[in-house]
Design a protein around this ligand. Structure first.
Ligand SMILES: [Ca+2]
Ligand SMILES: [Ca+2]
Length: 184
């Protein structure tokens, strides 16, 4: 009797284990099928990505892509306020680069003769405070001794291509080349 009970219990355990195995196997099969479907979908998405036009499409003419931002280096020279108006007239504003040195490389690559260009920051309305036009503080990247508000008359930000670090406050009324950034 005792033997029979043990046998029954062992049989039940064996059946239970085998059931778990079966269950586990079918779960594994289901997961493998799911993985297969996902792999197919990934392939499908990759093909669609390849079929898309070049990533240059991120930046409409005449902007050029630098990392994930779109910049335009002017050929003409304007004072800071005029330059800002010009950029705003082409769906942008003066540049507020997240990576100043990527923009610097872009300017040098595009026009190595350029020595300075307006960027998107001013303290015309609050002397001493330097924020990008999008509100982010300009924490670093000012050249040594800058901003110096020389002559008490430097309220606009430019980039000096031959300086490192590279940013400077300068007289807003001076006409020089400038960098716009697409805001689309
Ligand atoms: Ca100033
Ligand atoms: Ca200065």
């Amino acid at each position: 009797m005792r033997m029979l009970t043990r046998l029954v219990i062992l049989t039940l355990i064996a059946a239970s284990i085998s059931g778990q195995h079966l269950q586990g196997r079918s779960q594994k099969t289901e997961l493998l099928v799911a993985v297969g479907i996902l792999e197919e979908q990934v392939q499908d998405i990759k093909q669609k990505v390849v079929a898309l036009p070049n990533s240059g499409a991120l930046c409409p003419y005449p902007y050029k892509q630098v990392l994930d931002e779109c910049f335009f280096l002017s050929k003409i020279s304007l004072n800071w306020n005029q330059a800002r108006q010009y950029c705003q007239g082409m769906q942008g504003d003066l540049a507020t680069p997240r990576n100043v040195y990527a923009l610097k490389s872009f300017i040098i690559d595009t026009a190595s003769e350029v020595t300075e260009a307006w960027l998107g920051a001013t303290n015309q309305s609050s002397e001493g405070t330097w924020n990008w036009l999008d509100g982010r503080p300009i924490a670093s990247d000012f050249a040594g001794g800058q901003p110096d508000d020389a002559g008490g008359n430097e309220d606009c930000l430019d980039i000096r291509l031959k300086w490192h670090p590279t940013l400077n406050d300068y007289q807003c009324g001076v006409a020089q080349r400038f960098v716009c950034q697409y805001n689309g």
